[in-house]
Ligand binder design. Sequence first.
Ligand SMILES: [Fe+2]
Length: 492
Amino acid sequence: MKLERHPPVVTSLKPSNHPYLNGAWTPLHEEVDAEDLDVIEGTIPHDIDGIYFRNTENQVHQPLGRHHPFDADAMIHQISFQAGRASYRNRFVRTRCFQAEQEAGASLWGGLADPAGTSQRPGYGAHGGLKDNASTDVVVHAGKLLSTFYQCGEAYAIDPQTLEDLGIAPWGPIDGVSAHCKVDEATGELLFFNYSKHPPYMHYGVVGVDGKLKSYIPIPLPGPRLPHDMAFSDRYSILNDLPVFWDPKLLERGVHAVRFFKDMPSRFGVVPRHGGPDDIQWFEAAPCYILHFLNAYEEGDELILDGYFQEDPTPPPLTGSVEGHEHMMAYLDMHSFRSRLHRWRFNLKTGETIEQRLGEDTVEFGMMNARYAGKPYRYAYSVSAKPGWFLFDTFVKHDLQAGTSETVKLPDGVYASEAPFAPRIGAVDEDDGYIVSFLIDENRGTSECVLIDAKNFAAGPVCRIALPHKLSSGTHAVWADRAFIETGRVAA
Ligand SMILES: [Fe+2]
């Protein structure tokens, strides 16, 4: 391996026993370029050509109040595969807030678990008091990487090859862009939404493969909501109004307290991809919260939506956690909110909704072959987590047609990152490719990249590649074929 280290960033972080600043959440501050990565086991596949991108959370400065992992700064990691060789690179996303704190040498904004008034500068996002840290999601659109913030901020554009900052995406509206923009690889279009505390409370937009805003329409809601994801089929986009949002009475006093209004239905807004506000059709379903959707597709008069149904979206504090952080940990524990793979069938003719549970396992962070996004599909990939923590310890492959699943459990103390699907060059079958993930090994203090052959899933990794440093945990990741990165769409 050939390694080049970059000049260090300014940090003021002090040692602590905070659960989300230690162990697998120990922030990484080093930025490197590494070529010809060493193989620990197996052979680097010659039959994939593309890049896996991962967004992690890395606190740089001493927090002003209570640290929440989603407050930390975005770091993008990439591992690039070509002709049986792999290279690695990582960079902080130079958001305007990151740069302001680098100049100040200290934190300037409070976080999600802090009371109003903690921030020393005006805040961003739907919440209004937070740092726009772009550390939630990462997608590739129109030849650029976009790093986004779940509370709605700027979409930060990054060169997917060099990870050089390319500035703020110019099409972003005044209310910002939520995490989980969706890219239809067939058309190259990016579909996005945002949300806010002022009417109409939500918007939906489409950006073309040319990087220009094609449409931006209001999605009027009854009040401020906290949507995290959206879904799309070939012809429709699906927005949501779920009964988990800031308590309106407390919000009047500036307190942001998330509550589950279990007597209210879940609502799904279906709109033609390029439709207007008058085209929205609303469907009602059982109350729940949904962090992430998996896919959607059309079948006759029905629109099918798959995602992860949370049975208990606002769980009580966990017991036995590190003092002062119990409630935060409950909100980050997929076992506490009991997340299950679920299907909603919306009849576009009758307005009826039919719901179906697809599994009883506690899983989340769904991925599938992106070439089947918006279309009928058979295979999905999820992860499960260590109870009590936001740390993934099991990969799951679901066969949605057969109703079966296969799992790969990691050793104790080893945690995965979100694991997208990398199609094999010339693949014909939907599951002809690899699941790609970064591991954090707390036993050895190292990180590695693993590839699992999706057709022989239960056999576990076919290749393990050493990474030059130990990563911090985070949220989302994406795979992009090199041809898609270069052209902005997948050839028909
Ligand atoms: Fe997310």
